[in-house]
Design a protein around this ligand. Structure first.
Ligand SMILES: [Cu+2]
Length: 344
């Protein structure tokens, strides 16, 4: 042991720490499955930061452990420890290394943000064709109170350097309300409580909020964008993997914020086309029914209709009505719930 020089030990330790850090940094399962073109960019950045964090952790905690054992107080040793004044080269070294790391990460993050489209929101005017093909859809669009933008909003994640001069393949207007997401397809007049998109399409979401700030977050896409009352924002992306992924409101927006969830369904192009056709027909029928019973609550939110489960607007429900479906799973009956809500 004593014959091996410290420099050699340090070198070996350095190689081992580097190898372990890189392996863990690229083989952890902390993040959900990637489902958008932006996801690998974000994860590449995360993995580098995670690798550095693991290396730092191993160096700091490893040194503590070695010193705890090697320099422990021996039996009968009551002398003072060695007086250490400081070490200027060492201080310069451990200030310079973190500075370089932070600077490098900063530059890298700007590059990732640029490739995600963060620097080009609203870069090109995008006019949406919203002339309704069917007699009903024009009315539906008006009643859904969807604002129809003529240019892409200037805040958010916009075109990536690759898609800079092209309009998006599909535009969806997304409205956050307490406590739901409403999706409106201006080109077809479809309204939905879930986001349906084709895989591989360049999708542009135009986000708005009716009441308070909400945040549209799809963990599998690694994308999150605030929906602000009165200030349009956008989120442009390409989904790369068919499947169903959660959409979460990531901005505390009121009492039932936690239930403000829906899903994004990424279809194959054929599936998406049949979804479009099905829903255009279904909503046309709903509209005719709705005209007949104009005061039915579902009339105000045709968006909730397409899932065929008649859900009312959450904002119109009393707390106990809203909570009823959830309490079923908690073993609370309706009467208890009512008394609980009343006693608040
Ligand atoms: Cu919300």
């Amino acid at each position: 042991m004593e014959q091996i020089p410290v420099s050699l030990w340090t070198l070996v330790a350095g190689i081992v720490v580097t190898a372990i850090s890189i392996w863990i940094g690229h083989n952890h399962s902390l993040l959900p499955i990637q489902a958008s073109q932006q996801a690998p960019l974000v994860d590449g950045f995360f993995n580098i930061m995670f690798t550095i964090a693991i290396a730092l952790f191993l160096v700091v905690e490893g040194t503590i452990l070695i010193f705890l054992i090697k320099y422990r107080r021996r039996r009968g040793d009551d002398t003072d420890g060695v007086r250490v004044e400081g070490n200027v080269p060492l201080e310069i070294f451990w200030t310079a290394i973190p500075s370089l790391i932070v600077l490098g990460l900063g530059i890298y993050s700007v590059d990732v943000f640029n490739r995600m489209g963060g620097f080009e929101p609203g870069s090109h005017p995008h006019s949406v064709a919203h002339v309704a093909q069917m007699p009903g859809t024009a009315i539906a669009a008006t009643l859904n109170n969807t604002s129809e933008p003529t240019a892409a909003p200037e805040i958010g994640i916009g075109a990536s350097p690759k898609t800079l001069d092209k309009p998006a393949d599909l535009v969806v207007n997304v409205q956050g309300i307490q406590y739901a997401w409403l999706f409106n397809y201006p080109e077809t007049g479809i309204s939905s409580g879930e986001l349906h998109i084709p895989v591989g399409a360049d999708v542009q979401l135009n986000l708005s909020a009716q009441d308070v700030i909400h945040s549209f977050w799809v963990p599998n896409f690694r994308l999150k964008q605030d929906a602000l009352p009165g200030i349009p924002t956008q989120l442009r992306f390409v989904a790369t993997r068919p499947g169903t992924y959660p959409v979460v409101c990531a901005e505390l927006c009121g009492g039932y914020h936690g239930s403000m969830r829906t899903q994004v369904v990424v279809h194959t192009p054929e599936e998406f086309d049949s979804w479009l056709t099905e829903n255009q027909i279904a909503q046309k029928q709903d509209l005719h029914q709705a005209v007949a019973v104009s005061e039915s609550p579902s009339w105000r939110f045709p968006a909730m209709e397409n899932s065929r489960t008649r859900r009312a607007n959450p904002a119109d429900l009393s707390p106990s009505e809203f909570l009823a479906p959830h309490t079923h799973n908690m073993g609370i009956d309706a009467a208890t719930l009512k008394s609980l809500v009343k006693s608040q």
